[in-house]
Design a protein around this ligand. Structure first.
Ligand code: HEC
Ligand code: HEC
Ligand code: HEC
Ligand code: HEC
Ligand code: HEC
Ligand code: HEC
Ligand code: HEC
Length: 232
């Protein structure tokens, strides 16, 4: 948990920032990161503004300014990784948002200072989450005539937002992704023991050909304008 380094600078504490960065200083106490103060180490630099921005004595001494003895982690996620090692690991998985490649950064999805850690702020948590993804993924988030109700639980029921070993950053690579919500009736009935029913349809043979969304079946998984069963 080492904070970012700034040659020759020391920690000055959050109060010093208030006069020049009033707006950020006002909203910050409601941020999950402000709780660090209470829950975690009291060591200088492991709490408050300087845990992400580095020791600020030189920045303050020169009267502040952009690029002047202060770290701006918006451009470089290293400051975040000093505490979020497991997130760093996720971005190293084969399928990931291109943050380490420098094409995206954490703050396109997260607000580092505010109470709502997801961008945009306001509204219900789930719709906010989908709205965040909608900023870049229009095709999956537009309105459909036949909606897939799974979308109401948010994109993250099916996708890992940081990274995954599975194609398309899916949380599961096979039909279990769908079966966790879609009741399966296995046992006596028309098909007999060991048959997989979804709705009234026997899927036993169908799922052998591939996942529910490949093999030409429920390919319009985010919603469809032509078919209620999420087909194209
Ligand atoms: C969790 C890490 C984190 C903490 C804690 C944090 N910041 Fe930031 N700060 C960031 C990131 C990331 C950016 C870049 C935001 C962006 O580019 O949109 C940033 C940007 C800024 C900026 C530049 C804003 C601009 O207009 O470009 C200022 C000023 C700032 N922070 C001040 C503060 C102050 C003051 C505090 C404490 C009250 C604080 N920060 C706490 C991560 C943090
Ligand atoms: C004497 C006034 C002053 C003080 C005190 C001050 N800053 Fe700044 N800081 C500025 C000015 C001016 C800028 C230029 C950008 C702006 O106007 O918001 C700036 C910019 C920044 C940036 C953006 C740097 C960049 O390269 O984009 C960060 C981050 C930042 N300050 C953090 C802090 C933190 C954290 C503290 C408290 C520990 C602090 N500042 C204290 C005046 C100050
Ligand atoms: C000094 C350590 C530290 C740094 C640096 C840090 N974080 Fe955190 N972050 C934490 C801790 C601890 C929590 C858990 C807070 C809690 O649950 O009270 C957290 C929580 C979060 C959360 C989840 C908040 C929630 O509501 O559960 C997000 C998102 C996050 N951090 C993003 C970032 C980003 C982006 C950066 C870099 C700009 C960053 N963090 C830098 C320690 C840090
Ligand atoms: C593509 C958007 C996106 C990007 C980019 C992104 N995150 Fe997240 N992050 C999310 C979503 C979505 C969640 C889950 C929020 C929820 O469930 O409410 C999340 C959750 C988190 C959490 C909470 C713990 C957890 O594992 O759920 C932390 C910490 C976090 N992100 C840190 C980061 C850091 C650090 C970066 C940059 C290196 C980053 N994120 C980049 C979308 C993103
Ligand atoms: C700031 C823009 C941005 C935001 C916000 C964003 N993404 Fe992405 N997303 C991208 C980029 C860029 C790629 C990589 C595209 C590529 O490599 O062709 C990507 C790739 C993906 C992929 C994999 C696509 C593929 O073909 O492998 C999925 C799935 C995805 N994003 C889901 C999400 C989800 C879910 C959210 C919200 C939590 C989200 N994205 C938020 C920009 C964004
Ligand atoms: C019910 C599960 C589920 C939900 C919820 C879901 N997705 Fe997907 N998503 C999938 C599956 C499955 C694929 C892979 C489809 C394929 O390979 O043809 C996929 C693929 C994608 C792709 C890649 C598209 C492409 O053409 O390669 C993006 C981007 C994406 N989803 C974004 C989102 C966003 C944004 C949300 C939330 C608004 C979301 N998804 C919600 C299951 C889901
Ligand atoms: C988070 C839970 C959830 C997940 C995960 C999920 N679904 Fe759904 N799905 C629903 C709900 C709720 C409905 C609407 C009620 C119903 O028909 O069961 C629905 C409806 C459907 C329908 C329309 C059924 C009909 O008869 O009109 C199809 C087809 C479907 N889902 C396929 C899938 C596929 C394929 C996957 C995996 C990629 C999947 N679902 C993942 C919750 C989910």
């Amino acid at each position: 948990m080492a904070p970012p380094q700034i040659e020759g600078a020391t920690f000055v504490g959050d109060r010093v920032c208030y006069d020049c960065h009033t707006n950020i200083s006002r909203v910050f106490p409601a941020s999950p990161h402000a709780r660090l103060r209470l829950d975690h180490s009291q060591m200088a630099g492991q709490q408050g503004c300087e845990s992400c921005h580095g020791p600020a004595s030189k920045h303050v001494a020169v009267g502040g300014g952009r690029g002047r003895f202060i770290v701006n982690p918006g451009h470089d996620p290293e400051a975040c990784f000093s505490c979020h090692l497991e997130i760093q690991a996720a971005f190293h998985l084969p399928q990931h948002h291109p943050v380490l490649e420098g094409k995206m950064n954490c703050v396109q999805c997260h607000d580092p200072h505010g109470m709502d850690i997801m961008k945009p702020a306001g509204g219900l948590a789930m719709s906010r989450l989908n709205q965040n993804c909608a900023a870049c993924h229009r095709n999956q988030t537009r309105r459909f005539i036949f909606e897939h109700e799974a979308m109401r639980e948010g994109c993250t029921v099916c996708h890992d937002p940081h990274g995954s070993i599975n194609a398309k950053m899916l949380v599961q690579r096979d039909s279990n992704l769908c079966l966790k919500c879609h009741a399966q009736i296995q046992g006596p009935g028309a098909g007999g023991i060991g048959h997989l029913y979804i709705g009234k349809i026997d899927h036993t043979d169908l799922v052998r050909y591939g996942t529910c969304w490949s093999a030409g079946c429920h390919t319009a998984i985010h919603g469809s304008n032509v078919h209620p069963r999420m087909l194209y």
